[in-house]
Design a protein around this ligand. Sequence first.
Ligand code: SIN
Length: 533
Amino acid sequence: MDDIHSKNINSLHSDFLVIGSGLAGLYASLYASRFGKVLLLTKSTLEESNSYWAQGGIAAAIDPEDSPLFHLEDTVKAGRGLCNREAVEILVREGVERVTDLIALGMKFDLGEKGLELGLEGGHSKRRVLHAGGNSTGKEMVQFLISSVQANPNIFIFENTEVAELISNGERCFGSLAFNLNIQKYWVLIAKYTILAAGGASGIYLRTTNPQTATGDGIALGFRAGAEITDMEFIQFHPTAFYTENGETFLISEAVRGEGAFLLNNTLDRFMLKYHELAELAPRDVVSRAIFNEMKRSGVNYVYLSLKHLNPDFIRKRFSNIYNASLQYGVDITDDLIPVAPAAHYLIGGVKTGLWAETNIKGLFACGEVACTGVHGANRLASNSLLECIVFARRAVDLARESDKWTDKSDNQVKDLSFILNPDSQKDSFIKLKSIISQIMSEHVGIVRSAYGLKRALEVFEKVASSGDELVGYYKLKLQNILDVCSLVARSALLRTESRGAHIREDFPNEDPSWKAHIVLKRDSEPLVVKGN
Ligand code: SIN
């Protein structure tokens, strides 16, 4: 422990340590604050999360003509045989309760003439997507919770605080070692319960709808601490991200297609009619794959979304953000064709949890995109993820508060004290190596994969790891996290010798019933293939 003191390490104790400030982290913190002291950590600012950018909304069967059962059927159908039905039942039933609670607390969703205005998205058989601020649902929900979190005397917020490692002996988690990037100070954060809510990983791709910071740090932390990681091959590509030559992109919400937008190929044919009976509103994997085929066939890197036949006043109001963002690229979405192409959007896999968001490590819970609760199967139904965040964040806290409290001393569990702020000179090397990885992920571990490409990707990751030997401290940690996550995706994708949902293999183009199974990876262990859903 001399080392700890010589490096200006302070320690803090709390009941709950929440890592990540997206919807799951904020909701967990707020709910947990009723039962004890909460430390809420985020590596950037409270607003910087995938949830903040979520456009479409939050799906819940609250309409009298809808039912959780219909929502369950749509979710399971989209999930292509891999949804955990029990988890989905919880999602759709408790989801209605959680959304109702939020409304009672004062969250304002958009209203129409007959009450809540409900949107339609791909794979949903009913209008059930609540939205706020038009298409700024994530932002509105996150801001609503942030104001309560900031005013709560039981929640202590640590911004710009990067977690170096979870403190775990592989069986029990005791908190984390973290480093505040602003004041350059270590914290040993000891907690009875650690809730990992660190978000997704689509930022490992070149074209993504996620912030660049979404590189799966939470999954890497969980993996290194001994948590089981599952379903990593299922990366969901959103079909319609705005296309620009230089790779800049932003999301054109599926809700736009819900309001009637058409997809057209380079000869202006409405191609989705030939791919699926639901045309533009087919499940997301079907639409992404169809767009990929059309792009390949035509040799053009995008297709078009057309809203020209829709009411322009309605479109400007309902999708004001998309309208304004597109105008900046010279596209008036009410009058021009919008160039779109798929972009990495959502990590379906993650830290494996049970029905109460518990992991295989006692005291460690996971919720939100970092977790794999089994609700999404092989293909997430649109707008189910914000719902999953709040349902399973609450469940994590509920199980934690009923569990035996752990009070032992744990300072001696801290292993890695090499986390130091680097000189800026290391930043360039890190960025160079990260872009090699993103390039390879996009080329070989993207929408369509093959054994050849996946093996090539794994070889490149090994080379990058050795080139990264010169990095130390912070950038070494960041590189290690990215390499761990990308290797987990590529290894799982190589093992799954079939095409299902968001995972498409050109060398195994069909779904194979014997692959109704989940791949589970754990540090220092052989991969497990667990049959069933
Ligand atoms: C969208 O608005 O299209 C994204 C919604 C989602 O990914 O659930």
